[in-house]
Design a protein around this ligand. Structure first.
Ligand code: NAD
Length: 491
């Protein structure tokens, strides 16, 4: 085993005109690995970069750096940390164009969304948690003849593992509460889209975050990811990704008796009642193809009241026809390519199995050039069909009808997932009834993806374990302690 040699400057590759660091960022320095892995662009499948491929040694070094930085970061207190996190948010806001260009080349999200919305949300994540942590460090109250205080103690080094879709936004969403709560972090981005997180490391250094507070380790999940979550010095493990990986990571965390949170896959229902604004519902339903359906929260099961089946489908088809598959850097494009050839093959295999099983392909069902897959609608032969029950994570929706509220709820709750639900109705009573009965972490009525960062976020069933968002995330990254003092016993 060769010793890892930190350096003040990283190896870089030019990606979309930006010099992106390709090494790990550990303890405020750049660390290369003996091996590298290829990162390709979904836009044209060209080789973008060869990124350091970490293993057990890199994982141990990063956890040690996070551990060494922890006491001073914890001692800063919420206000001291908030100043750092606001500076990091400033740095992100000043660098939106570069971050957007790299993220677009790396994972093919629409450049315009990245520039106007997604990257800025990264800055908002740091600001929002910085302020929340300042507002709630301690709570005290009087009860039963005692004075009570709940104190949040930063838990220690945390490992944060993120998926390839929206990598920058999700990495900031997860590291923000950890850092605000006083944990130091080792972030492991996904191997299919690791580049914007490499820039995040650089911005953290430029913003003056102390060395070791935010470390970024690159590599393959089963290699460096598994080594990180198994490290006994890690005090929290936070993961976003597939239920399959979550099971393995959860087992590792359990071995060390370390709290684990998982934001996992989804198979959300999009329920359209006959009283709904059908134009709005059809538009939103066709919008589930955005980002080529690589959105965990997407409403991928269209459940439409039988009486408006034809009216809805006509409007839906018109909306789908308006989609433009193309290059994500082109402002006219509405659907970008899938992330990777392997993922395209996976999506295609789902549709081929559905076809073979007797499900009806109503729309699409074929490749559409490059890594594009045509927006696809499938009417399943039964609710037990694999295409209804399993997350595809591609531009594939299913279509089913229901007679009444009871059947809508039964279908909505009929998968093992429970991340999100979308309901279209103009009845307040129905919105309330269905909103209460759908089994999910979040239900939107007549809208989608609007997020209040203080609200809890997570899934039920195989869609997740634990909650992020607002104080829920700050609690996760803290050890809560209660102090009780008997009235009149101290002067
Ligand atoms: P994935 O589970 O394959 O990988 C996610 C991350 O985990 C990657 O960084 C990967 O390297 C790492 N990893 C994989 N195996 C590991 C292991 N054994 N130990 C440690 N790390 C490991 O998921 P993906 O394909 O990158 O992402 C798609 C999935 O993520 C979908 O299921 C999607 O719904 C889900 N997702 C959920 C949310 C949410 O908020 N609920 C958000 C985005 C994506």
């Amino acid at each position: 085993m060769t010793a890892l040699a930190p350096s003040a400057t990283p190896t870089r590759a030019e990606v979309a005109g930006v010099a992106v660091p390709l090494d790990h960022f550990i303890g405020g320095e750049w660390v290369a690995s003996a091996e590298r892995f290829d990162v390709i662009s979904p836009i044209d499948q060209s080789l973008l970069a060869q990124v350091a491929r970490g293993g057990a040694q890199e994982a141990a070094l990063a956890v040690a750096a996070a551990r060494a930085a922890f006491p001073a970061w914890a001692a800063l207190g919420p206000a001291g940390r908030a100043a750092h996190l606001h500076r990091l948010a400033d740095a992100i806001e000043a660098d939106v164009e570069r971050l957007a260009a790299v993220e677009c080349a790396d994972m093919a999200m629409l450049l315009e969304s990245l520039r106007l919305r997604v990257i800025a949300r990264g800055a908002a994540n740091y600001r929002s948690y910085a302020d929340l942590a300042v507002q709630y460090e301690e709570r005290d109250w009087h009860s039963k003849g005692t004075w009570n205080r709940v104190q949040r103690m930063p838990a220690g080094p945390a490992v944060v593992i993120t998926p390839w879709n929206a990598p920058f936004m999700l990495s900031t969403w997860k590291t923000a509460p950890a850092l605000a709560a006083g944990c130091t972090v080792v972030l492991k981005p996904a191997e299919w889209s690791p580049l914007a997180c490499a820039l995040l490391a650089e911005l953290a250094a430029e913003a003056g975050l102390p060395a070791g507070v935010l470390n970024v380790v690159q590599g393959i999940g089963e290699e460096v990811g598994a080594a990180l979550v198994a490290d006994p010095e890690v005090r929290r493990v936070s993961f976003t990704g597939s239920p399959a990986a979550a099971r393995q990571i959860g087992v590792s965390a359990a071995r060390n008796l370390v709290p684990f949170t998982g934001e996992l896959g989804g198979k959300g229902p999009l329920i359209v009642f006959a009283d709904a604004d059908l134009d709005a519902a059809a538009k939103k339903a066709a919008g589930q193809y955005d980002d080529s359906g690589q959105v965990c929260l997407a409403g991928t099961r269209l459940l439409v009241q039988e009486s408006v089946r034809e009216a809805f489908l006509e409007k839906f088809h018109a909306q789908v026809r308006a989609h433009v598959l193309g290059d994500p850097r082109d402002g006219a494009t509405t659907i970008s390519p899938l992330i990777h050839p392997e993922h395209l093959a996976r999506v295609e295999a789902f549709v081929e199995r559905a076809r073979a099983a007797g499900d009806t392909i109503v729309l699409g069902g074929e490749r559409a050039g490059g890594l594009h897959y045509a927006p696809t609608l499938i009417e399943p032969a039964s609710n037990d069909a694999e295409i209804v029950q399993q997350e595809v994570f591609g531009p594939v929706l299913t279509f089913q009808t229901f007679a009444d509220e009871a059947e809508a709820v039964e279908l909505a709750n009929s998968t093992a997932y429970g991340l999100s639900g979308i309901v279209y109705t103009t009845s307040m009573g129905r919105a309330d009834r269905i909103g209460r009965q759908v089994r999910a972490g979040i239900v939107w009525v007549n809208t989608f993806l609007v997020r209040d960062l203080t609200a809890p976020f997570g899934g039920v069933g195989i869609s997740g374990i634990g909650r992020e968002g607002g104080d829920y995330a700050l609690d996760f990254y803290s050890d809560l302690k209660t102090l009780q003092i008997l009235d009149g016993s101290v002067g």
